[in-house]
Design a protein around this ligand. Structure first.
Ligand SMILES: [Zn+2]
Length: 130
């Protein structure tokens, strides 16, 4: 995510200054500090954080399970090559990460490590992760 945007001698990068500023901002953020504080605050409120592997969450169709780089139509659009599901790419990744988290939660429940009280007021029980 923080790769340089400079490009090469024959192919110069675009928006180098803006990308450089974004990189500094991301690196300054201190993700570890953020995650530690989030886990602390969640524990205080009787909840916990589930970390999920983001791999393929932006190229996987939550409808048919199709994993294909061709599902991405540019930076912002996802369109499944199998079922034609079309979504904003960020929305899609969020849905897939939610399902991955719920799958981990169900695994913990089945081992008896946690007890699931509720998914929330209007939510249905999760299906299996794609
Ligand atoms: Zn699909």
């Amino acid at each position: 995510m923080t790769a340089s945007a400079k490009g090469t001698i024959t192919s110069l990068g675009r928006n180098v200054r803006a990308k450089s500023g974004l990189n500094r901002s991301i690196l300054r953020m201190g993700w570890c500090t953020f995650v530690c504080m989030l886990e602390y605050k969640m524990r205080l409120s009787g909840r916990f954080v589930i970390k999920v592997n983001p791999r393929n969450t932006s190229i996987t169709s939550p409808k048919c399970g199709n994993v294909d780089k061709q599902n991405r139509w540019g930076q912002a659009e996802f369109r499944s090559t199998k079922c034609s599901l079309t979504l904003n790419a960020d929305t899609l990744a969020s849905i897939n990460q939610l399902w991955a988290g719920r799958a981990q939660m169900l695994a913990l429940c089945s081992k008896g490590e946690v007890t699931l009280l509720s998914w929330g007021e209007d939510e249905k029980l999760p299906r299996s992760a794609p």
